[in-house]
Design a protein around this ligand. Sequence first.
Ligand code: HMG
Ligand code: MG
Length: 314
Amino acid sequence: MDWSKFPKKIRIVEVGPRDGLQNEKQVTKTSDKATFIKELVEAGHQTVEVSSFVRPDRVPQMADAKELYPMVEDLLKTGVDLPCLVPNLKGLETAKELGVKEVAVFTAASDTFNQKNINATISKSFERIEPVVKEALASGMKVRGYLSTAFGCPYEGKIDPARVKEVALRLEELGCYEISLGDTVGTGSPRSVQETLDLILSDIDVKKIALHFHDTRGTALTNILTGLSMGVTVFDSSAGGLGGCPYAKGATGNVATEDLVYLCQTLGIETGVDLKKLSEASLKILTLLGKDTTSKFLRAYKNADFNLFIPTPS
Ligand code: HMG
Ligand code: MG
């Protein structure tokens, strides 16, 4: 590998409080979520996705978004970004009332997944998203775009990279400052990531692309390595490897932030995140949830001295 081509620094979008918790059946106390978010910021995170303004009956764990956001918004003063997901104008109205500074809209490269997730085909989803993005931008908000099932769909199987590119271009044209390609069910491989990125990066600046891997089949870190080798500098991950999508049965958590940070440390890539503080925050929320972690690093951290040898490049 040509390590000299790898970025020196990446930005992590910590999605634990949203993507990580949204699939948990037992609803977490709002105050515990707020503490979790504060600890993630104390660990050095610059971007923490707080919650989503979606139908509470569809995702009960996110039903307290209106109460949660004001409990953490003071963190904005430290310069961090606290994005929230909005599926439609109703969600955007709530975001505006609360003074949210960044929102994320979401669609997919698969009609079937989109239909189940947001009750809209890809084309219908753009009818909804378009006014949301326009109004959000006009209100001075930053808008990020999620593109789910970019590397495979639980219902339609293989996804044509050309379709992914088409949807990515539409999100970019609308004004999304960044497009996060979601491997919703963890079927991406280094090869499919490379092929999809090759196609997309011929028309979209790499600085506008983020990668969002669920680690359902254990390929997330190799996929990230592929993204890094192609110049991607933004990765979504979830503290402790929490997560899943309520509309993608069997999908497990996002790649664990600890594993991503550890990988970056071994490669000499700066993340700004303190592994020890992050690990402690993750262990705390996992204990509250009564869950074990899927993070390999966190398991090692729990079971060994923290002074684990972290190899760094010479
Ligand atoms: P819909 O049923 O098509 O909406 O839902 P509707 O406009 O027909 O309205 C139906 C009812 O919902 C109405 O209530 C609305 O007021 C209400 P009623 O009049 O019947 O009492 N409603 C809302 N309530 C609160 N907030 C709203 C809202 N909108 C309508 N914003 C909708 C469409 C998208 C809202 C719905 O399907 C939904 O909420 N789905 C949940 C989607 C979701 O949160 N999925 C998980 C996040 S995406 C993800 O995880 C993937 C990602 O991580 C990337 C990856 O991994 O690939 C990002
Ligand atoms: Mg996700």
